[in-house]
Structures are given as structure tokens and as C-alpha cells.
Design a protein around this ligand. Structure first.
Ligand code: ADP
Ligand code: MG
Length: 470
């Protein structure tokens, strides 16, 4: 069964016309949300009327605010009970959603949001729930766990959100979602968000939604925004072609898509052997390894992130200079999602695509969907530019100790710029995780920074610091 797409709204529109409180309107202005994104413009009016929605739009299109504003409108802050539940596929995404909901909720009085994911002791989460949470965001497994133990009460629930529903289905969460949905009050609003529309979604909607409205915002990007260049390669030269592209275009950050995990591993090995700073992201990494890879890519100490489509889904990475399609995907919709990672927010993006003769059928399907022919170039055009190998500007130091040790970003910045004697400009992004802290520093001072931090103190305590390999 396929949905009947409603007419996508393309005209930019402000939030002003929506039935939102003046405090919320002011908060949106403060956040710099002046216009609704197309999915917000299409989803918010029916969502604020209490309708169930199936909304489909590409990653980075502002889906979180689309459901967050609806669930906040349904909420009574003076009622101390969980009134909204958001199911997400991974802890990372749950954290991102929690952050965005908190930003949007700060307009209202004291709204409490709790994140419920695995890998964290249940005890802490139970304490947060006992203190009275209005909104719970989490992964299906852990939410079920709390429901079974009776530590999460959803009798007062009025909004259920399934975020990244396609990915949750990919990960085999259908039964868990069904179990949770069955325990929610019948009188509620259900909002389902997804980047694609696999079969399982229709099954979910039939079972758990009431006359849902389907909204689909065109996956197509403006061609001016993304420059797509195609290169025909033999399979034997494919991996080497990636380094030719990197040395020619020298993008500051690149997401390279492969169709398989094995290809990801091979490409990273080839790139690292040639002196590039490249890391792989694929399903088998544990949460800590995944966090480290993402931190290093986001803080500009890794030039190339090599990923499968499943592993990359839902990542919100700003300022991606280029996307490389190492393998052509057989699914043209996936191609649109891949290249949509670059050229966001009005900046021009670069999509470099490799295709062998046996992939030309897939290329044809992509051309059909995009409604235009591919622009072909030859590998012979690629010549190394710039001086020396492409290196990232920063390097990442890992400090043993994080939120658990009450380390804050300011403490780390203070240690580097105070005692250790570095300039503020030499310090980049600081991520404080539960047990580890990651700080990006100018690549040139990395070794020195490790030595000086190891010799000094943070929050009056000596710390263990090491340079993360890339
Ligand atoms: P998705 O869930 O569709 O992948 P997100 O909800 O993560 O997308 O939003 C992507 C980014 O866009 C976030 O950084 C968010 O803060 C920002 N954003 C969302 N809505 C707006 C808006 N109306 N104006 C400006 N920025 C927005
Ligand atoms: Mg999202």
C-alpha cells in the first residue's frame, strides 16, 4: 500500500499564522526559526488540530520541531504526569530530540523532559521519572522495560510520536513499538515521522493510528544547490578513485557512502594507508566507539566519514562540504537522501558519484527520479591540488572523566588556556560525555596539549589524557 501524497507546501511561511502561544512565538524568533521548513508548514496545521499524521521528509528537514510543537501544544505543564512519549531508534537520536524539545519548551514554565535509553542505569532514570516528567523520549526497548516495571506511567499520555519510524523498523523494533502503542490510552494523537516509506509503516498505521493524514514533502533538491558529478570507474579502481577525488576537490569534510560494511572497511583502510584521516561508521560499532567517531568528525579532526546508509541515517551533521557515493545505490530514493546531506541551508554542496558499467541500470533509475541526465567526468581530469596531503585542521584529545566526574566544558577550556598556556583560538569543540570528555585542538599543538594536560589538573584533580588516533 502506498500513501496518497497530499500537496506539498512550497511557499515559505512564518510560524505567526499558527495557533501557538505568544511566548512560544517569541522563543522561535529567538532560536532563529523565522520560516517554517516545508515539512513543518505541511504538518503543523493538521497536527495542531489534533490529527494523526504520517509525515515523510528527508533528514535535516526539521521534523523534530514539527512534532515537538504539536506535543507541547497538547501538554498541561501543571499536570505532573508523562503526557507525551517519543520513540526513537537510537540513544543518539533520542538525545538530539531531547535537546531540541528542551530548546522549544523553554518558552513555557518548567517542562521536564526525560531521556530513557539503554546503556544507562535504570536507577537514575527511575529517579527522574519519580520527580515528575512531562515528556519521555527514548528507545523502544528501554521504554518497554520501564512500562513492565511500572516505573513509567502513561495513563495521562495524549501524544505518541514515532520518530524515524523506518529506521526503527529496519532495526527490528516492530513488536516493541506495537507493545508500547497498545499500552497507550486510546484517546491520543499519534504522529509518525519517517524519511522513507517501507511497508511496515502502513502496517503500523493501520493498527495504531486513527484516520491519519499522509504528508510527503518532495525529496528532490534544487539542482543549483548541489553540484552532482559522475565518474565512470572500473570496480578495481573504485577505492583509489575516492582518494583522487579527495586530493582534487579537498573538501573539509566528506561523508562517503558504501553499500556494504565490507566496502566501508576496505575504503577506510585504503584512505588511512594514503595518509587521510578517515573513520568508518557501521552497525557493529558499540555506542562508545560510535560516539567517538561522530565526535571526531563533527569537531573537524577527521576529514572523511565512511558509512553505510543505515548507519548514517538520522545524523545531523552541519557543514558537510561533500558527499561521495562510492557505490551507486540501487534505490534512487536513497541516492536523493545521500546527496541531500551536502548543500544544506543555502550553501552549495558537492556530490561526487562513482559508477561502474554494471551499475548503469541504477544510474538510469536515479536519472528518471531526478528528471535530468547525469553529468559525466573522467578520472583523468582529477589532479592533486593544494600543498601536501589533505589533513583535518583539528585533532581530538580524550580525557578520562566526564559528566560523572562533574567535568564541564569550561573546566577543560580553562585548563588549556590557563595553566597549559594555549590560546582560546587553538581550542575547538568540547564534548562532555558521561565517562569521557573530548576536546578538539589545533592539530599543530595536539602532542603538547596532551603532555601539558597530563601534567596539570582539571577541577583540582590530575587527569589521564590521550590523543585519539585517526
Ligand atoms: P530531521 O529530524 O528532519 O532530520 P531536525 O529536526 O533534526 O531534522 O532539524 C535539522 C536542523 O534544522 C536542526 O538543527 C534544527 O534546529 C533546525 N531547524 C528546524 N526547524 C527550523 C526552522 N524552522 N528554521 C531554522 N532552523 C530549523
Ligand atoms: Mg529527526
Amino acid at each position: 500500500m502506498t500513501p496518497t501524497p497530499s500537496q506539498p507546501v512550497v511557499e515559505p511561511a512564518g510560524f505567526g499564522a499558527l495557533a501557538l502561544s505568544p511566548a512560544m512565538q517569541a522563543n522561535l524568533v529567538q532560536l532563529g526559526y523565522t520560516e517554517m521548513t516545508p515539512i513543518q508548514a505541511a504538518a503543523l496545521p493538521p497536527a495542531l488540530l489534533g490529527k494523526d499524521l504520517i509525515a515523510q521528509a528527508k533528514t535535516g528537514s526539521g521534523k523534530t520541531a514539527a512534532f515537538a510543537l504539536a506535543l507541547l501544544a497538547n501538554l498541561n505543564p501543571r499536570r505532573f504526569a508523562v503526557q507525551a512519549l517519543v520513540l526513537c531508534p537510537t540513544r543518539e537520536l533520542a538525545d538530539q530530540v531531547t535537546t531540541e524539545i528542551r530548546r522549544l519548551a523553554r518558552a513555557e514554565e518548567n517542562i521536564k523532559v526525560v531521556t530513557l535509553c539503554g546503556g544507562v542505569p535504570l536507577r537514575n532514570q527511575m529517579a527522574s521519572l519519580e520527580n515528575g516528567a512531562h515528556i519521555a523520549v527514548g528507545t523502544p526497548g528501554r521504554i518497554m522495560d520501564h512500562l513492565e516495571r511500572g516505573t513509567l506511567d502513561i495513563e495521562a499520555l495524549n501524544t505518541l510520536v514515532l520518530d524515524e519510524a523506518d529506521r526503527m523498523l529496519d532495526m527490528g523494533f516492530f513488536d516493541d513499538i506495537a507493545t508500547v502503542a497498545r499500552q497507550c490510552p486510546k484517546q491520543r494523537q499519534t504522529l509518525l515521522f519517517s524519511a522513507t516509506y517501507p511497508e511496515g509503516i502502513a502496517k503500523l498505521s493501520v493498527q495504531f493510528m486513527r484516520e491519519p493524514i499522509t504528508i510527503r514533502v518532495e525529496a528532490q533538491h534544487g539542482s543549483a544547490q548541489i553540484q552532482q558529478r559522475w565518474y565512470e570507474v572500473k570496480n578495481s579502481e573504485r577505492l583509489h578513485a575516492v582518494s583522487l577525488l579527495l586530493n582534487h576537490f579537498r573538501p573539509a569534510s566528506t561523508l562517503a557512502f558504501c553499500n556494504t560494511k565490507a566496502q566501508c572497511r576496505d575504503l577506510v583502510a585504503v584512505l588511512q594507508a594514503q595518509g587521510f584521516s578517515a573513520l568508518a561508521l557501521y552497525g557493529e560499532l558499540d555506542q562508545r566507539e560510535r560516539d567517538q567517531v561522530l565526535v571526531q568528525f563533527a569537531n573537524r579532526s577527521c576529514s572523511v566519514l565512511v558509512a553505510t546508509d543505515v548507519a548514517a541515517r538520522g545524523l545531523d551533521i552541519a557543514q558537510l562540504a561533500a558527499v561521495i557515493n562510492v557505490d551507486t545505490t540501487p534505490d534512487p530514493e536513497v541516492h536523493i537522501h545521500r546527496i541531500g546531506r551536502t548543500g544544506r541551508a543555502g550553501e552549495e554542496g558537492l556530490a561526487l558519484c562513482l559508477a561502474s558499467l554494471d551499475e548503469m541500470g541504477s544510474v538510469g533509475k536515479i536519472e528518471l527520479l531526478q528528471g535530468r541526465e547525469s553529468q559525466w567526468h573522467t578520472l583523468a581530469e582529477l589532479t592533486p591540488t593544494g600543498s601536501g596531503p589533505l589533513r583535518p585542521p583539528m585533532a581530538t584529545l580524550q580525557i578520562v572523566g566526564g559528566r560523572k566526574e562533574k567535568i564541564r566544558a569550561g573546566d577543560v577550556l580553562g585548563a588549556l588556556t590557563g595553566e597549559a598556556g594555549f590560546a582560546k583560538e587553538q581550542v575547538g569543540k568540547i564534548n562532555v560525555n558521561e565517562f569521557s570528555t573530548y576536546v578538539a585542538v589545533d592539530r599543530a599543538i595536539a602532542q603538547q596539549a596532551v603532555q601539558r594536560l597530563n601534567a596539570g589538573r582539571i577541577k583540582g584533580k590530575s587527569v589521564k589524557v590521550r590523543l585519539l588516533e585517526d
